[in-house]
Design a protein around this ligand. Structure first.
Ligand SMILES: [Zn+2]
Length: 198
């Protein structure tokens, strides 16, 4: 078959057009690639007749994935996490994160997945820092979940906070409610912060 002819019927009467293709990757936003479509005016076939798009799409996906990792690294840096500490916790060679961030090194698909999980569950990094100890990992998880619940609680202007305390033998999760009221406490009531222990 001659080049630039319809691969179905061989006609040279083909037209080429471009249309935008949106590529969405969590934590890197949308990216649009102009993909090529051919139409054969003789037999009516449509498609990417000469395989021009796959390379462009692959390139755009790679770029988006690099951006995912760069954005998540930024997030951790903004939250005062050191890159060297992250590399140690995750068992990555030194300066890997900087190379991913600058685009000097392309993160693997599994690294991209890991970083998406880390962005949704940043406490996974603490689990890694504790060498994946099962019990500590469960505590970190539950404490984070409780904090989320408490952070979304609201009763007037009272301030809620939660935390986790543990010793070798005991541990407890606490929920603290601090009254913001400046008024004189009603009779029989205390204006002291109330603490509920679970
Ligand atoms: Zn054709």
């Amino acid at each position: 078959m001659k080049e630039n002819n319809c691969p179905v019927c061989g006609s040279s009467d083909i037209s080429r057009s471009k249309k935008p293709l949106s590529i969405t990757e969590a934590f890197s936003g949308n990216r649009t690639v102009d993909v090529v479509t051919y139409h054969c005016n003789s037999c009516g076939s449509d498609g990417d007749f000469f395989d021009e798009n796959q390379g462009l799409i692959d390139e755009a996906i790679k770029h988006s994935q690099s951006l995912v990792v760069a954005n998540v690294i930024d997030y951790f840096e903004r939250n005062q996490t050191s890159l060297a500490g992250m590399e140690r916790a995750l068992g990555l060679p030194q300066r890997t994160l900087t190379k991913w961030k600058t685009g000097a090194l392309q993160p693997s698909s599994s690294a991209v997945s890991l970083f998406k999980f880390l962005r949704i569950y940043p406490w996974l990094l603490s689990v890694a820092e504790h060498k994946y100890d099962y019990v500590i990992g469960q505590r970190i998880h539950v404490t984070d979940a409780l904090k989320k619940v408490v952070d979304n609680m609201s009763f007037g202007n009272d301030t809620f906070s939660s935390g986790f305390m543990s010793s070798d033998r005991k541990s407890f999760v606490y929920l603290s409610v601090e009254s913001s009221s400046e008024s004189v406490p009603a009779q029989g009531q205390s204006n002291q912060p109330k603490v509920t222990v679970y």
